[in-house]
Write a protein that binds this ligand. Structure first.
Ligand SMILES: Cc1cc2nc3c(=O)[nH]c(=O)nc-3n(C[C@H](O)[C@H](O)[C@H](O)COP(=O)(O)OP(=O)(O)OC[C@H]3O[C@@H](n4cnc5c(N)ncnc54)[C@H](O)[C@@H]3O)c2cc1C
Length: 828
């Protein structure tokens, strides 16, 4: 019995030490104590004690760093790792090295420090930024009409373009010292979000010069001369930039671009023997390309005559080429899903440019991929997530209102349970999306370039936008389908795949980047292990490897102990912050973070380098990391907003959805890991009670829908930052007005229904009933006016556009002919 108790006590202590990540010395002391107890009270033979002491000695040597451990274990393991670790290409290495690790590192740690999350300052705009949003951005929103832009003009109106340039929209990221606005990432994101709610074309046209492109690259890598010349011109809109990376043969595999430059000497502006580059390229899909004056160009540079260095292949290099340079072909356009923003191909053959056209000059020759990846690490966090959130907020606001205003079977359609399901999804998604937008942009403002998080934000906010728009379209029925100036959703629906495709197409982002990069960058030990295997100084390599490898082992054991304990107890005893509404969520996230860290290590251990090719498994691990990040953003938002009780349905929906999706991703992993025994063991460690997280329930969904269909602070908070024009005839504004009018009419309608039931009034049509009720003094004339207003606005809200059978082409033809005839007549 005594021996049994000692064994139980030893297991408990080992578990506790592993759970709390005790240092090696504590483990050693605990081991020595265990042997002492066994010897004194265990009633075991001397042989057992000697064997236990031997075992202890071996474990103590392995636990504590020192020359013996390094020689006996470190040397062979280092050799093994050098043989089995997958070869990483230079472009992959540069992509992996790009950016910084932020909250993703905490989630990978298996023990997130929630105090750190709460200590990040609440992302906020300055007074100057807010004034720009309320002033020029609002004004630009009023100047653009997406229907007119996409259907008639196929471009922004000239006055809008001029306003964009004059007001500095193209220089939002350029510092004030160069004449730019010097806005924060949050502001940049807020501008794009608001513009998107009015015109996707305007949003993209403003987004591109402020994203990865000439200005951003010059800011980080330009020579002084390049910055002094170009940045003020870009800020004032005197130059129209574009950035050309994608080729017909190289889209996702942008590192494989066939476009090239040859270092040579040539004639430039009358001068002979100028050192320069002869460029040949063919690019496509280039946004703003057709109107660009300054072409940012990515190409591979070769130096066959060794004019720069002994190396022939210098790698990807970035240049800035004025589009009026002889030989540059630019100007035709593509037609991306009815979007009217400028986008097109460009090409050139043997175009000679001087060496100082290279961004950053000779020092940055061959550094192009690294430059792009570093900029993308931050930039991907901003524009496309903002675009997704913008269209989703517009969809949330209008769908809530439309669900209330539109009736069928004498009931607001939003009250039908089937419709509720879709509307609740919209509300919950947008609460989470806004939380992720602001927290991620806030990270960039803290100086981070969160490469993995930016991929998560790009992927999930554009994917959720797709779901939100689809749901909104379903709820709107034919109203969403018939195009025209009154359709506020149709263009967003058409254009949603654009954000899915650009800056890393989503399938690739999910299955290759999020976990692929996260596992190396976010994991506390993997990168250290890889770096140690590549270290040339053998003594240092061995020291670093020893520390990383044994640290990794301890980390994995700890995560196993933590995941199984928190799984068994449903993390009820896990220390966590938060209030009565959120504490359980913090506990669950801590549990799932440990489980994720454990599952990630096991997957890497079982699959090794092949995990890179097992994209479905890697995608599921990426989904777990992503959901943990998105859920963290939700909790942070709730805290930052001051824990408003009205938002609780949204918070609960978003958290329950994230936990449920995390669980689904775990089960997808368990069901598909090729080693079935390990998969089984993982499943029982992590979810000993099976699937415990439920998707958001119907009652919760109903609360979310009520919030979205009722005017008030919570609805306004949910859709804050969108453009609601002052023009009462604007379809979005008049829908909002219709909702208010319909709500005002509801008690009057109820009164009439009661009177009709009791037989006090009668009439075949609503108007007859109303008249009868007024005549009999059941409703007042003021109430009649309320009913009339609601009826008129409801009708306006549900109507769609119609056109002549030939869409007015014959009218246009007649008008053109009349104008031509008139001008000829005037001309005599
Ligand atoms: C409207 C628009 C604007 C654009 N603007 C610019 C611009 O200004 N400048 C610029 O340089 N480029 C621009 N692009 C190009 C954009 O970045 C590319 O379209 C994108 O990189 C994808 O390349 P692709 O279209 O050739 O698709 P492909 O590379 O052919 O990919 C097709 C599909 O295969 C998937 N896929 C590919 N490889 C993998 C993999 N290893 N694992 C999993 N899935 C994979 C992708 O996710 C995608 O779903 C723009 C594109 C569009 C449509």
């Amino acid at each position: 019995m005594q021996t049994f108790l000692i064994v139980v006590a030893v297991i408990a202590v080992v578990w506790a030490l592993a759970y709390h990540r005790a240092p090696a010395i504590l483990w050693t002391i605990a081991g020595a104590l265990a042997i002492l107890l066994l010897t004194l009270f265990g009633g075991v033979t001397q042989v057992v004690v000697i064997l236990a002491c031997l075992l202890f000695a071996i474990v103590a040597v392995l636990l504590n760093p020192g020359p013996i451990r390094r020689a006996v274990v470190g040397v062979p393991l280092l050799g093994l790792f050098r043989r089995i670790l997958p070869q990483v290409s230079q472009t992959e290495k540069e992509a992996l090295d790009a950016g910084t690790v932020w909250w993703d590192g905490e989630l990978f740690s298996g023990k997130p420090d929630w105090k750190k999350l709460h200590a990040y300052p609440k992302p906020t705009l300055t007074a100057e930024e807010q004034a720009f949003l309320d002033g020029p951005v609002e004004r630009l929103c009023e100047m653009v009409n997406e229907w007119e832009i996409t259907n008639d003009l196929h471009d922004l109106p000239p006055k809008a373009w001029q306003y964009i340039k004059d007001q500095g929209f193209l220089g939002m990221i350029i510092p004030k010292a160069y004449g730019g606005k010097g806005f924060s990432a949050l502001m940049h994101s807020s501008v794009i979000m608001k513009l998107t709610t009015r015109s996707g074309t305007a949003a993209v046209s403003v987004m591109v010069p402020n994203s990865l492109g000439p200005a951003e690259l010059l800011l980080h890598y330009g020579t002084k001369e390049q910055k002094d010349y170009y940045l003020p011109r870009l800020a004032q809109g005197l130059e129209m930039p574009c950035f050309a990376l994608t080729s017909p043969e190289a889209g996702s595999d942008a590192g494989g671009i066939p476009d090239f430059g040859i270092v040579c000497r040539g004639e430039w502006q009358g001068k002979k023997d100028v050192l320069g580059i002869r460029l040949t390229w063919e690019k496509r899909y280039i946004t703003l390309g057709p109107i660009a004056t300054l072409l940012g160009l990515a190409f591979r540079l070769y130096d066959p005559d060794h004019l720069l260095s002994a190396e022939e292949d210098r790698g990807i290099t970035l240049g800035l080429i004025p589009t009026d340079t002889s030989g540059v072909n630019i100007g035709r356009r593509h037609f991306p899903l009815n979007g009217a923003f400028m986008n097109g191909p460009n090409w050139g053959k043997d175009v000679f440019v001087p060496m100082d056209y290279v961004i950053g000059g000779v020092d940055y020759v061959g550094q192009g991929w690294k430059m792009l990846m570093n900029c993308l690490a931050a930039g991907r966090s901003i524009s496309l997530p903002a675009n997704g959130v913008g269209m989703s907020k517009l969809a949330a606001r209008t769908t809530g209102a439309y669900g209330r205003v539109r009736t069928q079977f004498k009931i607001s359609i939003g009250r039908f349970e089937g419709v509720e399901e879709a509307v609740a999804r919209i509300g919950g998604n947008i609460y989470l999306m806004e939380a992720a937008r602001t927290m991620t942009a806030g990270a960039v403002d803290l100086g981070e370039k969160p490469s993995v998080i930016s991929a998560i934000a790009k992927y999930h906010l554009t994917e959720r936008a797709r779901q939100v728009i689809n749901d909104a379209m379903d709820v709107h029925g034919g109203k969403g389908i018939c195009m025209g100036p009154n359709n506020y959703l149709g263009r967003a629906y058409q254009q949603v795949p654009i954000a899915i495709t650009v800056e890393g197409a989503n399938i690739l982002t999910r299955t290759m980047i999020i976990f692929g990069q996260g596992a190396i960058r976010g994991h506390p030990y993997v990168l250290k292990e890889i770096e140690a295997t590549q270290e040339k100084d053998e003594a240092k390599a061995l020291r670093d490897f020893d520390a990383a490898f044994f640290g990794h082992m301890a980390f994995a054991i700890s995560n196993k102990a933590r995941a199984s304990w928190m799984g068994l107890t449903c993390s009820r005893f896990t220390a966590a912050p938060g209030d009565a509404h959120t504490r359980r969520y913090y506990q669950q996230l801590t549990r799932l973070s440990s489980a994720f860290a454990w599952a990630a290590d096991i997957s890497m251990f079982v699959l090794g380098g092949s995990l890179k090719r097992r994209e479905r498994l890697s995608g599921r691990l990426g989904d777990i990391l992503s959901q943990l990040y998105l859920a963290s953003c939700v909790l942070k938002r709730y805290e930052d907003d001051g824990c408003p009780p009205d938002d609780l349905p949204l918070l609960n929906w978003a958290m329950q959805d994230a936990l449920h999706k995390t669980q689904d991703a775990f089960y997808g992993l368990f069901e598909n890991l090729p080693n079935r025994l390990i998969a089984w063991a993982l499943r029982w460690t992590i979810f000993p009670w099976g699937r415990v997280f439920k998707a958001p329930g119907d009652a919760l969904g109903n609360k979310v829908v009520n919030l979205m269909m009722t005017p008030g602070a919570a609805r306004d908070r949910l859709t804050a930052g969108i453009c609601i024009p002052r023009d009462e005839n604007d379809p979005v504004t008049s829908l909002d007005m219709a909702m208010l009018a319909v709500i005002a009419a509801e008690p009057v309608e109820a009164k009439m229904r009661g009177a009709q039931r009791e037989g006090r009034i009668s009439g075949e049509f609503p108007d007859m009933l109303m008249q009868d009720a007024q005549t009999k003094g059941i409703i007042s004339s003021a109430e009649v006016e309320i009913l009339k207003r609601a009826k008129a606005l409801r009708r306006k809200a549900i109507m769609v556009d119609d056109f002549p059978k030939d869409f007015g082409r014959s009218e246009m033809f007649q008008t053109t002919q009349a104008v031509t005839f008139e001008s000829l007549r005037r001309a005599g």
